[in-house]
Ligand binder design. Sequence first.
Ligand code: ASP
Length: 323
Amino acid sequence: MTSRRNFLKLGAWSTLLSGTFLKACAQPAPAAPVRPIVVSTWKHGLPANDAAWEVLSHGGHALDAVEFGVRLTEADPKVNTVGYGGFPDREGHVTLDACIMNEQGDCGSVAFLEGIKHPISVARKVMEETPHIMLVGQGAKEFALAQGFKEENLLTPEAEAAWKAWLAKNEAPGKQEINAENHDTISMLAIDREGRMCGACTTSGAAWKLHGRVGDSPIIGAGLYVDNEVGGACATGWGEAVIRICGSHLVVELMRQGHAPAEACRLAVERLVSRNPDYAEIQVGFLALNKQGQYGAYCLQPGFDFALCDASGNRMIQAASKL
Ligand code: ASP
């Protein structure tokens, strides 16, 4: 009897001391889930969050919020790594990647898409109007045109000048400048009043990339992943390193195991470091939001920040870093 009681006590202690329990304690869950809420990567996330908040604060669907939010960034010629005004590849082509995911686990994606300003809306059409998940290149463009999108020249004079300056230096395509603030993918996660979580991710990818290169951003599980039972995660930075570890899916699975969002992002960065010997030369940031509306981020190099908007307003938050 006594030894059984001791055994039970020991069991209780080991449960108390288990990593899951301690991590859950480290970031107390809010009394009620925080809704609505939206987070997005980098400073261009602030105006994008405002657009998303318009939808969320009027009781709209999180899917509309994330689409409308990132469309603002896609249309902004001053943002040189998303949509219109994005820097081209080494051949001078602006090629766009995007994906979207809803609370049911439905998803749509386009990659290596040229001449269409809003790849995120094409990705949504792929999700809603086809039996497929991903369309690329010419096929994605033909689909977009058939859906009523119009073809536009996305290479702005400023982006063309930057490309020509790069050509004049005759450099091999390289990794992105580390921490080029306001020069990275926009990824967004939102929960609406009804508790539906959706996500979107859109980019022109790495500047001066090889023609045909696709990064992590349109790949479900790499650049973005949403599981409405647990939470969502998204990535920004050097896509090759993110793809190697299925980064966003990994963050969501770590949250499923009980880790708080920031800790899940940190563990994913540790995994990335262990799989990418060149980690000191690149930047990668993960951003996560769980079902309760808790958020967190972590990155390799100092400098990654994200925009958070809830009932208390829209503001920037700096992520902690490994290096
Ligand atoms: N992740 C994107 C890519 O590799 C780029 C970025 O976030 O800046 O295409």
